[in-house]
Ligand binder design. Structure first.
Ligand code: ARG
Length: 566
């Protein structure tokens, strides 16, 4: 595709010797209103160089510049030079690219030969898997898909919280109040119930805490009974988690939880010792980070046990050695900022040049109907209930609006789950998300169902038209404002994906496909597509086909299904 900004920068640099091409490129703007051109170049900062008024400079440049057939004309307004692109070449440029590349449109191979590790989801066994974990899961999954689309080799890792003192608590609770069948039937919620019960009971009976600690020490010392219970709790939980992931359409390359690093921390502590980085502090081992304005990184507790940070150090080394990553991402909420800053700093102090290739990708918290989600007690909204509820709600809407729809069940599943994911990926990740049943399922407004519905609408037009669309359409029929708006939104799609990859920000893709869908719906309302005139019909169908492609790719990159009928 022609890069218009680059092209204009080139033309400008041929005529302005005093500035280089990149500088000029960065100055090019997109005017708010297309009667001021498709691109504009402000001449204000040239006033000093040329010692002339900006509007004079604009006027002179306009007369000097020679254009080719991609630019229709140049105008001026005040101190701006306005470029009007040739709409016919623009239309064929954009559409030929989409129609010939199909689902590969906007993909690239810039990532070839580079590996990106993405650590995401990572719920904790025997603790709630709540809507908060949904964020890490869907953001991480989308980042995975976006990177893969740009040619990177991705490694998706689920760093499950499958080791820690909570298991001691669960063992105590299981022996006191547990029931095997119940755990097998619904492991996540029954283990959570035991966890909650333990905390309630421990408030009146604090010895329980000691018992729990003892069990965890047994686990760390390889006690057979403790370990076999731990293994069973974990295995049952993973079985159920996999069902949820399957529903969400998410897969991991590795389920290597915290326990995976039990035998991989020794070498790290040895290296820390040999490099003189460990200090003893009241029997515990720490890396002092005072010089870096951070509290110390705790590597070993007084009782000799290791910590979350120790496991993350071991994980970072393991990943570097195993995958030789180009970048290694960790997707968690922002409360873990300090933790990752400490871990990465320790690796840097150990003298490893790849320390800077570890990146924390933080995101905001989830509130539900305005309330913060509690983990330990009280109002936990379980992810599974959210998904069930979402699908139920969509079923109701379908019954009301389109009761004769074929394969209602699977469409309700795709739309319900799509709505939840889309809602989560709508705002920049660092913002807190408020989940509300009422806003997430609107078929109008900026929601997943709206984009899916627009995609299904495009599919339905193409089905009804039933003609093969190839490159023999007449672009001269696609130069009116509403059509050009759709094409412009599509034209920006590849840039949005690149930008989303650089910033690890799926919401850039979300935003883009909303804009594409809105522009397309204006086009759809304005123009009849299946008309008598074959030439007009073909040209308009080319726009429909390109829109359908971009929406389906965009949804795919967010981890959302794009049903063809709704
Ligand atoms: N299990 C942790 C939690 O729920 C997230 C783990 C993130 N990954 C990591 N390598 N620390 O908060």
């Amino acid at each position: 595709m022609i890069n218009y900004k680059e092209k204009i920068a080139k033309i400008l640099s041929d005529n302005i010797e005093e500035m280089d091409e990149t500088e000029l490129l960065n100055m090019i703007e997109i005017p708010p209103n297309s009667n001021m051109g498709d691109f504009a170049f402000p001449c204000f900062s040239l006033a000093n160089i040329f010692r002339k008024a900006p509007n004079m400079i604009a006027q002179e440049l306009k007369e000097k510049i020679v254009i080719d057939d991609t630019i229709d004309r140049i105008g001026t307004s005040g101190g701006y030079l306005n470029f009007f692109i040739d709409r016919k070449t623009f239309a064929s440029n954009v559409l030929n690219e989409v129609i010939s590349k199909k689902e590969k449109f906007a993909s690239s191979s810039i990532g070839e030969g580079k590996t990106i590790c993405i650590d995401f989801s990572a719920p904790n066994v025997a603790k709630p898997f709540h809507v908060g974990h949904l964020r890490s899961t869907v953001i991480g999954n989308s980042i995975y898909k976006i990177n893969e689309f740009l040619g990177y080799n991705c490694v998706g890792i689920n760093h499950l919280g499958d080791w820690g003192t909570q298991f001691g608590k669960i063992i105590v609770a299981y022996y006191s109040w547990g029931n095997k069948e119940e755990i097998e039937k619904s492991p996540i919620s029954s283990l959570l119930a035991l966890y909650v019960k333990f905390h309630d009971e421990a408030e009146v009976n604090p010895e329980l805490e000691d018992e729990a600690r003892d069990w965890f020490v047994k686990m760390e010392n390889g006690d057979v009974e403790a370990l076999s219970l731990w293994k069973w709790f974990s295995a049952e939980t993973i079985k159920e988690l996999k069902k949820v992931y399957k529903r969400l359409g998410i897969e991991f390359d590795y389920y290597t939880g915290e326990s995976f690093y039990n035998d991989k921390m020794g070498v790290v502590t040895e290296e820390l010792t040999s490099k003189g980085l460990l200090t003893e502090n009241k029997g515990a081992l720490i890396v002092d980070l005072d010089d870096h304005d951070m509290p110390p990184c705790l590597v070993q507790k007084t009782d000799g046990s290791t910590l979350y940070a120790t496991r993350d150090l071991a994980a970072a080394f393991y990943r570097k050695n195993t995958f030789d990553f180009y970048k290694s991402l960790y997707v968690t909420d922002y409360s873990q900022r300090l933790h990752f800053a400490q871990v990465f700093k320790v690796i840097e102090l150990m003298g490893h040049s790849w320390a800077g290739d570890n990146i924390h990708v933080p995101f905001g918290r989830v509130t539900h109907e305005g309330k913060r989600i509690q983990t330990r007690k009280g109002t936990v909204v379980l992810l599974d209930d959210v998904l069930k509820g979402a699908v139920e709600r969509v079923k109701e809407i379908i019954e009301e609006k389109n009761p004769n729809l074929e394969s209602k069940e699977s469409i309700a599943e795709d739309v319900g789950i799509g709505a939840v994911i889309f809602n989560d990926l709508s705002n920049s990740r660092i913002k807190d998300v408020s989940f509300s049943w009422d806003t997430a399922f609107k078929f109008d407004g900026e929601t997943g169902p709206y984009v899916q519905y627009t995609h299904a609408r495009a599919c339905s037009v193409l089905r009804r038209a039933d003609v093969q669309i190839d490159l023999d359409y007449n672009p001269e029929l696609l130069i009116d404002d509403v059509t050009v708006e759709v094409l412009k939104e599509i034209y920006e799609f590849p840039n949005a994906i690149k930008d989303a990859q650089i910033k690890s920000e799926p919401s850039i893709v979300t935003r883009r496909i909303i804009d594409v869908a809105q522009a397309f719906n204006r086009f759809y309302n304005e123009h009849q597509i299946i008309v008598e005139d074959e030439e007009v019909k073909k040209a308009r169908l080319a726009v429909v086909l390109a829109t359908k492609q971009v929406l389906s790719t965009g949804l795919y990159l967010l981890g959302i299904k794009a049903p063809e009928r709704m």
